[in-house]
Design a protein. Structure first.
Length: 141
């Protein structure tokens, strides 16, 4: 699928408005506070640079284990002597985590779950909060 930058419509409203949600009976802010994700939503609700967003997303690709394997298979097709060798022996970077890969103004950009967690100053694995689940169950009764 071919996508051009000018075809994208960037939404610059607040992606999550906790006040409006609570006003309409859906108070979920406490769950995100328990996960230390409020700073993330504050960042999302900050300024949006539409040209950079468009430039990034039309070039974005998900690089996962399937893409890493495809990259290795492609190398072997070009040079059959590489069959059975490791990624490092093929001259490829080791695959560690799934990433979104793109470029902005010629600069390569890789974003992983760990990067997002680091920006949020939170753990990338999330947290299970038993107390909040008990409160939710009690409020339903």
């Amino acid at each position: 699928m071919s996508l051009e930058e000018w075809d994208l419509n960037v939404q610059v409203e607040n992606p999550v408005d906790f006040v409006s949600l609570a006003h309409n009976g859906c108070d979920i802010k406490k769950y995100y506070e328990a996960q230390d994700l409020i700073d993330y939503f504050d960042m999302l609700n900050g300024p949006t640079y539409m040209n950079l967003v468009r430039h990034f997303w039309v070039r974005a690709q998900v690089y996962d284990c399937k893409a890493a394997q495809f990259e290795m298979d492609e190398k072997v097709l070009i040079d059959p002597s590489l069959a059975g060798k490791s990624r490092e022996e093929m001259g490829l970077e080791p695959f560690t985590v799934t990433e979104i890969r793109s470029s902005i103004m010629g600069i390569s950009v890789f974003i992983s779950e760990e990067h997002i967690a680091w920006v949020n100053m939170s753990a990338s694995e999330g947290r299970f909060v038993q107390k909040l689940l008990r409160e939710q169950k009690q409020s339903m009764e």
